[in-house]
Design a protein around this ligand. Structure first.
Ligand code: PLP
Length: 286
């Protein structure tokens, strides 16, 4: 495939970054994960806006306008003849020296990768995922704001390793106060007595799929509340689902050995999976 590198398209085999790229040396950079469905990019503006917000938060000037970034993303799809894809724009601080000082990096590096993408969880959308809570805590807002989609994903990778070891399809992060934060790559929704709860986005990523799910629930007149959630609420939930660009809307039916509800995806979750599928197949930027 062809990779966008600072304004040029380069064959994948030749798409190499410098060992002095501070994105590589220090995780100093930001990224996005975006999906294209049937030739249309889902929530393109929202993802470009979040990329620029992440960059702003780390005081990184991307050196492109949002319009140029959106066009570069669309062009990366076009040159690769992709209609169903996962798109990964990456902006690093750029090539510098071995010191931390970002002033040594003359200009950011902008890379965009687009790959064919079908479904992340396959059968699990109807069967449901097994999740486990992990001992590693989601990075605290006063340490590194989890709202920054930065190249430093070690926190999330440690959660994923723990989930793998414990036999979970996905990890559930708690924050340093023991409240439920999010998954390793998705936001979480917990349903009890017909009301849908999701934690506020202080201790997790401001998920674009999360915002979409809230809109879809409101459209369906299902009450949704943004509230702090504890482990008790998770274990005693009627239904749980997670949302993310890669995960889409996916049911969780088992957490830490407990069945959620009757251990099968519930009606509100299945309705959400369907509504989300309909939205992704009918909207987006061509
Ligand atoms: N939380 C984390 C840590 C993520 O990496 C992602 C994926 O982007 C999400 C949540 C879901 O966000 P979105 O729905 O915008 O993809």
């Amino acid at each position: 495939s062809l990779i966008y590198m600072n304004g040029k398209f380069v064959p994948q085999e030749q798409a190499r970054v410098s060992v002095f790229d501070h994105g590589f040396l220090y995780g100093d950079g930001v990224f996005e994960g975006i999906r294209a469905y049937n030739g249309r990019v889902f929530k393109l503006k929202e993802h470009v806006d979040r990329l620029f917000d992440s960059a702003k938060a780390i005081d990184l000037n991307i050196g492109m306008t949002k319009e140029q970034m959106a066009e570069a993303i669309l062009e990366t799809l076009r040159v690769n003849n992709l209609t169903d894809a996962y798109i990964r724009p990456i902006v690093s601080r750029g090539d510098g020296d071995l010191g931390l000082d970002p002033r040594k990096c003359a200009k950011p590096n902008v890379y965009i990768i687009a790959k064919y993408w079908g479904s992340m969880y396959g059968d699990l959308y109807t069967v449901g995922l097994k999740a486990v809570t992990v001992g590693i805590r989601r990075v605290a807002p006063d340490a590194l704001p989890p709202n920054i989609k930065s190249l430093n994903y070690l926190n999330n990778i440690l959660a994923k390793i723990e989930a793998n070891v414990k036999g979970g399809d996905e990890a559930i992060f708690l924050d340093s106060n023991g409240r439920v934060a999010e998954g390793s790559g998705d936001n979480i929704f917990v349903i009890k007595n017909g009301v849908v709860y999701t934690p506020p986005t202080i201790g997790n990523l401001k998920g674009i799929t999360r915002a979409t799910a809230i809109e879809l629930l409101q459209e369906a007149k299902i009450p949704v509340k943004v509230e702090e959630i504890g482990l008790f609420d998770v274990y005693t939930a009627d239904e749980i689902f997670v949302t993310g660009t890669a995960a889409e809307a996916a049911p969780v039916v088992y957490v830490d050995g407990r069945n959620i509800g009757n251990g099968k995806p519930g009606p509100i979750t299945l309705d959400m999976v369907k509504r989300f599928e309909k939205l992704t197949s009918t909207t987006g930027t061509p």
